[in-house]
Ligand binder design. Structure first.
Ligand SMILES: NC(=O)c1ccc[n+]([C@@H]2O[C@H](COP(=O)([O-])OP(=O)(O)OC[C@H]3O[C@@H](n4cnc5c(N)ncnc54)[C@H](O)[C@@H]3O)[C@@H](O)[C@H]2O)c1
Length: 376
C-alpha cells in the first residue's frame, strides 16, 4: 500500500503523523511512503531523515493525496484536505466528529473510509490512541492553568503551591481518566490542594492509590461540584463519554459561585467542551473571559510540545498503521474488533453510533457499509 503523510495545517499544530522509524517499519512490510516536504520540521524531523529510511518527499498535499491510498494525519482534516479525499482513500487520524456535523457530512460525501484514533479500543475497552495525547494534555492543563493564574496573564495572582505561611491554591479536576490523572499528578507536584471528581467509583478507588492518597477523590454529583467551586482557583475539565459530545459539568450559572479571575481549563473541548461557556481556542490566543472567569480551551494542546507528542503518538499508532497497510481496512477491522470501533465513516455511511446520535445523521453498522462499498 502507498501511505501518505501530509503536513498538519491546523493552527499552531506542529506534530506529524509518522516518524522516520515508522517509514522504516512500513518499508520492511513492503509498503511505500510519501511525505509532504517539511511535514516533520515542526517536530525537528528533516525531509532527509525520512528519505534516508526510504520515503519519497513530495512538494505539496495535493501530490500526497493523489499518490497515496492511506492518509495518516494527526488532527481532523481541514476543509481543503476534505476536498482532496476520494472513495479509494483510507484516512487514519483524530476526527472528533460528535461536535462537528459539518465535518461529518464532508467525510461522508468524500466516500473515503475514515478511522478515528480517539475511538479505537484495546481489548479492555480503553482508548490506546487517545491515551498518549491525554497524558500530554493532562500535564499541560495544570501547567497552563498555573500560568494563567498569574496576574499579568489576567489571573487572580496566586501561586498554586503556596509558600511556608501562605496556603496553597485549590485545583478541581473533573473527570479522573487519563487526562485527569495526569493533571492531578502535576497539581500534586506543584503542591496544590487537589481534588479529583469522577462518577465511576471504581476509578476513584484506583486513583486514590495511584495518586498515593495525596489527592481527595469526590463522587461527581452536581451538588458536590457546586460545593467545591467556591474554593477553586483552577478547575480542569477532563470528562469523556467515548465518542460522544462531552456532557456539561459546570454551567454558566455556576460560574457565579467561583472566585473572580479563577481559571477553567477545558481539555474536553475537542469533544465539544464540558463547561457550558467553553468554545475552542488556539495556542496563539488561548484564553477568553466569561463572567470574570478565565477560560482556556485549546483543542490541540499536545501540538504545543511536538517533540514529545509526535513520538508519544506514533509509538501508539504505528502497529495500527502497519495492520491497516498490510490487510486493508475491511480485513483489519474484522480481525480486530477494537480497530473496527475506530471506523467512523465508510462508503459514504456513518458507522459509529455515538457520532450518529450527536449529529443526527443515520447510523449504518460498519460491516453492512463495507459490504455495500465492496459491491459498488
Ligand atoms: N484538548 C486537547 O488537546 C486534548 C488532548 C487529549 C485529550 N483530550 C480530551 O480530553 C478528554 C478526556 O480524555 P481521557 O483520555 O482522559 O478520557 P478517559 O476516558 O480516560 O477519562 C474520562 C473520564 O471521565 C469520566 N466521566 C465521564 N462523564 C463524567 C461526568 N459526567 N462526570 C464526571 N466524570 C465523568 C469517566 O468516568 C472517565 O474516568 C477527551 O474529550 C479527550 O478527547 C483533549
Amino acid at each position: 500500500m502507498k501511505v501518505g503523510v501530509p503536513t498538519e495545517i491546523k493552527t499552531d499544530e506542529y506534530r506529524v503523523a509518522l516518524t522516520p522509524a515508522g517509514v522504516r517499519e512500513l518499508a520492511q512490510h513492503g509498503h511505500e511512503v510519501v511525505v509532504q516536504a517539511g511535514a516533520g520540521v515542526g517536530s525537528a524531523i528533516e525531509d532527509a531523515d525520512y528519505e534516508s529510511q526510504g520515503a519519497r518527499v513530495l512538494p505539496d498535499a495535493e501530490a500526497v493525496f493523489a499518490e497515496a491510498d492511506m492518509i495518516v494525519k494527526v488532527k481532523e482534516p481541514q476543509p481543503g484536505e476534505v476536498a482532496l479525499l476520494e472513495p479509494r482513500h483510507t484516512l487514519f487520524t483524530y476526527l472528533h466528529l460528535a461536535p462537528d456535523p459539518e465535518l461529518t457530512r464532508g467525510l461522508m460525501a468524500s466516500g473515503a473510509t475514515c478511522v478515528a484514533y480517539e475511538t479505537v479500543e484495546d481489548d479492555r475497552g480503553r482508548l490506546p490512541l487517545l491515551a498518549p495525547m491525554s497524558e500530554v494534555a493532562g500535564k499541560i492543563a495544570t501547567q497552563a492553568g498555573a500560568f494563567m493564574l498569574e496576574k499579568p496573564m489576567g489571573g487572580r495572582g496566586m501561586l498554586l503551591g503556596g509558600v511556608p505561611g501562605v496556603a496553597a491554591g485549590t485545583v478541581l479536576v473533573i473527570g479522573g481518566g487519563v487526562v485527569g490523572m495526569n493533571a492531578a499528578i502535576i497539581a500534586l507536584g506543584m503542591q496544590a490542594e487537589t481534588y479529583v471528581f469522577d462518577h465511576n467509583v471504581d476509578r476513584l478507588r484506583e486513583l486514590e492509590s495511584m495518586l498515593n492518597w495525596r489527592a481527595s477523590t469526590v463522587y461527581a454529583s452536581t451538588l458536590a461540584i457546586e460545593e467545591h467551586l467556591p474554593e477553586a482557583d483552577l478547575v480542569i475539565g477532563a470528562v469523556l463519554v467515548h465518542g460522544a459530545r462531552a456532557p456539561h459539568v459546570v454551567t454558566r450559572e455556576q460560574l457565579g459561585l467561583m472566585k473572580r479571575q479563577a481559571v477553567l481549563v477545558d481539555v474536553s473541548i475537542d469533544q465539544g467542551g464540558c463547561f457550558e461557556t467553553s468554545r475552542p481556542t488556539t495556542h496563539s490566543d488561548p484564553t477568553y473571559e466569561v463572567d470574570g472567569i478565565t477560560h482556556y480551551c485549546v483543542a490541540n494542546m499536545p501540538g504545543a510540545v511536538p517533540i514529545t507528542s509526535t513520538y508519544a503518538l506514533t509509538n501508539a499508532t504505528m502497529p495500527y498503521v502497519i495492520h491497516l497497510a498490510d490487510d486493508g481496512v475491511a480485513a483489519a477491522a474484522r480481525a480486530n474488533p477494537g480497530l473496527a470501533e475506530g471506523v467512523n465513516v465508510a462508503g459514504g455511511k456513518l458507522t459509529y453510533a455515538p457520532v450518529a446520535e450527536a449529529t443526527g445523521e443515520p447510523y449504518t453498522p460498519l460491516f453492512d457499509a463495507l459490504e455495500e462499498r465492496a459491491a459498488a
